[in-house]
Design a protein around this ligand. Structure first.
Ligand code: MRU
Length: 378
């Protein structure tokens, strides 16, 4: 993966390289200490960027995957067109076949966030439509252009989606409230405002004051590294706490609402999000604090009937044993269990805030309505 070094472009987390033949990302695994950008141009570099959490957060993974597919289509279309000039038989059908393989490979880089498969699927469908729309078989370049257009649309839509979620979420809190969040669902994990951090950042812009408690979020510390950083940069009052301190902070009466993001929401409302989220929801229920999930309808997966069907990513033991310590703190070789996500039972969720409105229980009905009809009974 080629390093392009520091770039003076603020917090742009994902963009296309000027020639359209690589995707440039802010390497989130190094933040907040180092701000370095990486270029992903090959299928391996793209896979590693997702698996290694250099780009992370469900919507951001989707945007990145969409651009990756478009970039690979451009590269493959040049190869195929050159082969055809040399007498090869390749053409649009070959491009579609190759791109399906790239998509299948990319999809396996992380299993839990449905936005990854969703974005890959959307870009592939745009290729098939371009292919079918031509009376003559579409040229490879027409298909590659259609895929790039779709990737850009996914990115644009995400910006609008974050804004809408932020507006809806802001109606659930008031000036002076304390909000607890887990992991990172801010601009780095999406584009612009973010989902769970969106209402806080939007309210802050409008002169409202919130006190945010950010769980550090073991083992990869997205809360300590990314949420604390984003909120501090925006001038929001943020207090970093260890994951096991949430109960005390709630008991002290400092939290009026919990806002978390989501990686996959099942048809019944069961929600997969960063490991530890379900514990926050259980605590919130105990203390009578509303627990809100904020995420786009692209994260709602009606094909998963309940959380039981959501695949949970298991990550390497080294992330627990040694990754963020000067030297390993646990005994060498100790057995570790390192799931990246857990599922919060829908009974613990007060509401799910989407870009189309706020879904309330019974979620089986409200989620089907928002997903299939695009409307929400608020
Ligand atoms: O492992 P990560 O850092 O990708 O996990 C991210 C989360 O759990 C986020 O809360 C979720 O993806 C929503 S981001 C808007």
């Amino acid at each position: 993966m080629g390093k392009t070094g520091k770039e003076n472009e603020g917090m742009t987390n994902i963009r296309l390289r000027e020639d359209g033949l690589a995707v440039v990302i802010l390497d989130q695994s190094l933040l907040p200490g180092r701000m370095e950008y990486l270029e992903a141009a090959t299928p391996e570099e793209m896979y590693d960027a997702i698996a290694g959490l250099k780009v992370r957060g469900a919507p951001a993974i989707g945007i990145f995957a969409a651009y990756c597919m478009a970039v690979l289509a451009r590269r493959e279309s040049v190869r195929i067109a050159e082969g055809a000039r040399d007498g090869g038989t390749g053409g649009a059908a070959e491009l579609l076949g190759v791109m399906k393989k790239h998509g299948d490979h990319l999809r396996t880089s992380r299993p839990t966030a449905v936005n990854l498969s969703w974005a890959v699927e959307r870009v592939l469908e745009s290729a098939e439509k371009a292919y079918a729309a031509e009376t003559e078989k579409a040229g490879v370049y027409i298909i590659a252009d259609a895929m790039m257009k779709e990737a850009k649309a996914i990115h644009e839509e995400d910006i609008a989606m974050c804004r809408a979620i932020s507006e809806y979420g802001l109606t659930l809190i008031k000036d002076g409230d304390g909000i607890l969040t887990h992991c990172n669902a801010g601009p780095l994990a999406t584009s612009r405002y973010g989902t769970a951090l969106g209402p806080i950042l939007l309210g802050n812009e409008r002169g409202m004051d919130f006190r945010v408690f950010a769980d550090e979020t073991r083992p990869l510390l997205q809360g300590a590294r990314l949420t604390a950083y984003e909120l501090q940069q925006a001038g929001v009052d943020v207090t970093l706490i260890c994951d096991n301190m949430a109960s005390m902070v709630m008991k002290n009466g400092w939290v009026q609402a919990c806002f978390v993001g989501c990686d996959r929401v099942a048809a019944n409302g069961d929600t997969a999000n960063k490991i530890g989220t379900s514990a926050v929801a259980i605590l919130a229920k105990h203390y009578g604090i509303p627990f809100y999930v904020l995420g786009p309808t692209s994260t709602v997966d009606l094909d998963c009937a309940s959380g039981e069907e959501i695949p949970i990513e298991l990550r390497k033991p080294g992330e627990i044993r040694e990754m963020f310590y000067g030297e390993p703190v646990a005994p060498e070789g100790v057995k570790c269990y390192n799931p990246a996500f857990d599922v919060t039972d829908s009974s613990l969720i007060t509401a799910i805030v989407t870009e189309k409105g706020i879904c309330r229980p019974p979620f089986t009905e409200s989620l089907a309505k928002v997903k299939l009809e695009g409307v929400c009974g608020i």
